[in-house]
Design a protein around this ligand. Structure first.
Ligand SMILES: [Zn+2]
Ligand SMILES: [Zn+2]
Length: 243
């Protein structure tokens, strides 16, 4: 769930003139407009089809349809494999009379192949499957020497560490907060585990995100620092980092 006054997962990645969104959770579209004119977004990439990572495609769709300035082209919306089926279910949930092309008239909706590299206006995007309750994909955006690797939702995972190898910024979930570990059926990480993954990957910098309201961000940073030698911050709405 979102923290009070904040939105669920959404990350704006900018490289030169290129603007990408990784995830678009509930509440994110309102916040996005504080950071960028939404018509300047080049592509949206969704890590997995959980509500806190994609539900705001609905308000984004209404903005493209009814926003006061017309939007000339359809916006690229990349979903994980199987994502189109979930998006179809969301369309029917929004309105029983929503037309078949409710999303497709405003977005170019495609499913990415996690084994392939996507390129959007000079930024290359690679994926690795994470350890989560549904199929989910960590995402690495690379522009020249600089990169951001987003863990998506995951328990500690070798494939995510590999994807994040020497990345400029590792954006890692800490849904379990400080110290707690979930049961055998793992799907999330603690701050300690995020720090360990960052260290194993030899990331330059760690940014903690997707943490619960009950946990003080500084305690997360402190816990991760015990395991990672680089800079650590905790994200919040509006937080920006230059890498
Ligand atoms: Zn999830
Ligand atoms: Zn999540």
């Amino acid at each position: 769930m979102p923290r009070p006054g904040e939105a669920s997962s959404c990350y704006l990645i900018r490289a030169g003139e290129t603007a990408l969104l990784f995830d678009l959770g509930s509440g994110a579209f309102a916040k996005l407009q504080l950071a960028i004119d939404y018509r300047r977004v080049d592509a949206i990439v969704i890590s997995h089809m959980h509500a806190d990572h994609f539900f705001d495609v609905v308000p984004f769709r209404y903005a493209l349809k009814y926003g006061h300035l017309p939007f000339e082209q359809r916006l690229a919306l990349w979903l994980p494999p199987g994502g189109k089926r979930s998006l179809g279910a969301l369309r029917r949930a929004v309105s029983t009379d929503a037309p078949e092309d409710f999303f497709d008239s405003l977005f170019v909706v495609r499913e990415y192949d996690p084994g392939e590299t996507l390129t959007v206006r000079g930024v290359s995007i690679r994926f690795r499957q994470t350890r989560h309750y549904v199929d989910a994909y960590a995402i690495r955006a690379q522009s020249g020497e600089r990169s951001i690797t987003y863990s998506a939702d995951t328990a500690p995972c070798d494939a995510v560490v590999e994807l994040a190898r020497a990345t400029s910024l590792f954006l890692c979930e800490t849904a379990l907060g400080v110290g707690v570990e979930d049961a055998n059926d793992r799907g999330h990480s603690s701050a300690k585990e995020a720090g360990t993954m960052a260290q194993r990957a030899q990331a330059e910098r760690l940014l903690l995100t997707h943490y619960p309201a009950a946990v003080a961000p500084q305690s997360l940073v402190h816990a991760a620092k015990q395991h990672f030698s680089g800079r650590v911050d905790a994200a919040h709405d509006g937080f920006s980092a230059v890498v």
